[in-house]
Ligand binder design. Structure first.
Ligand SMILES: [Zn+2]
Ligand SMILES: [Zn+2]
Length: 649
């Protein structure tokens, strides 16, 4: 569990947002990765959390208020899904001779990206990622897509095709594979390498069939679908866009992408192939929206390198540099710049070490052996010869950087003369923790440099000019902006209008909404596919639902107040004075008077309820809960969760 929590914050960030925090948050989820340090284990049980529940997390409710255009239809769809669910039926498009495109996640968040295409009797799944819980989901590790529709139709699933190895695209796979009947998973070499490392943690590596594809050559025939690939740039190598031929027409998915004409360790985006695909006509383009609010072009990874190089050249003492482990291009730059500066590198932190191992084993990282030192060796070399690479840019409690900043690291303690470089942006919500690390580093005497002071971090997602170029090259009839909250997708839609796609052909839809396309017809269906949150907490998948979560929220906000009454079962009289146990409500010793009066109140309520009638314990408990709650509120203006317990002796 401890490891899980640590892992949860060990995320990657792929955005140079020029101070636009919201954008950076989303990119960061995207770049999250797993590592061996996560606890594995079996993943049983399922329950769904209806999206229109009142107990839905606030952040999502907020997001829903932003979704004005689709609100009415959404509530219809939602209702339908529920009516169906209550009759034990599920929406199905089986046998339909038009193309259906539906997202189970990724359209109201950046995270848990998952989409499926359906035609006739065939279903094709694209990506299956997770996202992080919002603040009001205490204790939850991840949120994964609701796959109940696919589960219901699993015999028709042809395959899962992956675009790249970030956790918001592959992170849900271990949790859903069994439910989907273990379809074959296709992806590039690095993507499947990272997936396998994750499957290994779950002991599932032998149960999931994976097939490595060659994006230059391969074309997959999967029922009614024919899937081809084209290389794009992102901040992890081996990212591919998808060209899917369907009987209704050609669908293109850009994956997470940017144009990088000078990428690190990978070929340049294949614009020739993009143009060629566009020439033959594209029915629908599904396009990354994460950077749609950023003007201009994303900075090349190589530009970051020259900035890092200057910085390394100027620095005299030790250099500590932090980034995210799946920002493999960034890690490569750090390795290169270290070598060019005649320094040695030591890597600290388990997730960083694990990713570097997988990526270099598969040839996506060039890591000269002689460059790397163990922490023990590193502690002995001259200070101006050392670079220490770690994770920890989000102030994660157990990360190497946080420990170093507090002077708790086994080998490295930050001191005057050190330079610390944070090569990523901050995920909103982590600011306080980052500020604490920042303060500690400065207090220890280090010089700290982050992306706001220098271009030492860039986005992995296309900015406006790149998005428009992609739209022009593919020249699609329809555009479906994907990968991002409503406000990002709306910004992307505006770009679509700008390049001349008619407004009625740009589909800003929400999770679960189904776009139906053919050459002659296009509409958003009235029906919705269920897209509830499925929460992962420790070994449980889906077992934490709205009731458990509501209790956690109530306890987190008001604490608990437990009243234990021991009652004679013959006379129904209280045997001893009521016991009161409380946590997170008041400090009991300092509130003796309140507790004393509460005890009296309990006795009074009990006597009133018991007077002259047979004891109905459940009614008495309800009354106690309500009236003690009221009493405590009047006394303190706080609302702890009141738990009455009656023990008969
Ligand atoms: Zn992503
Ligand atoms: Zn990504």
């Amino acid at each position: 569990m401890q490891q899980d929590k640590q892992q949860k914050t060990d995320s990657n960030n792929g955005t140079n947002n020029g101070g636009q925090q919201m954008t950076s948050y989303h990119a960061s989820l995207d770049d999250f990765r797993s590592s061996k340090q996560r606890g594995g284990g079996g993943r049983p049980s399922t329950s769904r959390w209806p999206q229109n529940s009142q107990n839905q997390p606030r952040s999502n409710r907020r997001e829903r208020f932003n979704s004005n255009r689709n609100r009415s239809s959404q509530s219809n769809g939602q209702k339908f899904a529920h009516e169906n669910a209550s009759r034990g039926e599920m929406v199905t498009f089986r046998g339909s001779k038009t193309l259906k495109i539906c997202h189970l996640g990724g359209l109201e968040e950046v995270g848990r990206n998952m989409c499926f295409l359906e035609y006739g009797n065939d279903i094709l799944i694209l990506d299956a990622g997770f996202s992080f819980p919002s603040d009001d989901m205490p204790g939850v590790d991840y949120v994964i897509p609701d796959v109940s529709y696919l589960q219901e139709n699993k015999s028709r699933i042809k395959a899962i095709v992956l675009t790249h190895g970030h956790m918001d695209h592959i992170g849900a796979i271990p949790y859903i594979m069994e439910k989907l009947g273990n379809p074959v998973v296709y992806g590039t070499n690095l993507t499947l390498g990272i997936l396998k490392e994750k499957l290994e943690e779950f002991g599932m590596v032998n149960r999931v069939k994976t097939v490595v594809i060659n994006p230059e050559k391969d074309e997959l025939k999967l029922g009614n679908f024919k899937v081809g690939f084209f290389r794009v740039n992102h901040n992890i190598p081996d990212t591919v866009g998808l060209v899917i031929d369907t009987p209704s027409g050609k669908v293109v998915h850009t994956a997470d992408f940017k144009f990088d004409l000078t990428p690190i360790n990978e070929p340049v985006i294949d614009l020739g192939r993009v143009a060629e695909i566009g020439k033959n006509g594209v029915l629908a383009l599904l396009i990354d929206s994460t950077g749609a609010r950023n003007p201009g072009y994303a900075i090349s990874e190589s530009e970051i390198k020259s900035n890092l190089k200057d910085l390394f050249a100027k620095t005299k003492g030790r250099i500590f540099i932090s980034s995210f482990s799946t920002l493999i291009s960034r890690v490569q730059q750090i390795i290169d710049v270290t070598a060019e500066a005649n320094r040695s590198l030591t890597i600290t932190g388990r997730s960083m070490i694990a990713t570097v191992e997988v990526a270099s084993k598969l040839g996506y990282l060039k890591l000269p052996k002689e460059l790397i030192l163990t922490s023990q060796q590193a502690a002995r070399i001259p200070e101006d010869k050392l670079v220490v690479l770690s994770t920890g840019t989000q102030g994660e409690d157990s990360s190497a950087l946080t420990r170093m900043s507090r002077g708790e690291h086994k080998f490295f303690k930050i001191k005057k003369g050190d330079t610390v470089i944070l090569s990523s942006s901050i995920i909103p919500g982590n600011e306080t923790k980052v500020v604490e690390v920042y303060d500690n580093l400065l207090r220890a005497g280090a010089k700290v440099i982050d992306y706001k002071q220098m271009d030492i971090h860039t986005s992995g997602h296309a900015h406006q000019e790149e998005l428009k170029t992609m739209m022009r090259l593919f020249n699609p009839k329809h555009i479906i902006p994907v990968h991002g909250n409503r406000y990002m997708r709306q910004a992307n839609a505006e770009l679509g209008y700008a390049v001349g796609v008619p407004e009625e052909n740009v589909w800003v839809v929400d999770n679960g909404e189904v776009v139906e396309l053919s050459e002659t017809r296009s509409e958003k269906m009235r029906l919705k596919v269920p897209t509830s949150f499925v929460l992962v907490d420790g070994l449980g998948v889906g077992d934490v639902g709205n009731i458990v979560l509501r209790d956690r929220q109530a306890m987190a906000e008001g604490g608990i107040f437990c009243v234990i009454l021991t009652v004679d079962h013959q006379t129904s009289q209280i045997v001893t004075s009521p016991d009161i146990i409380s946590r997170g409500f008041v400090y009991m010793r300092a509130a003796e008077d309140l507790i004393h009066r509460a005890r009296q109140e309990v006795k009074n309520i009990f006597r009133r309820q018991i007077a002259g009638r047979p004891a109905d314990w459940s009614y008495i408990k309800t009354t106690l809960r309500e009236e003690i709650g009221e009493f405590l509120f009047n006394e303190t203006k706080r609302r702890p969760m009141v738990i009455p317990v009656i023990i008969e002796v």
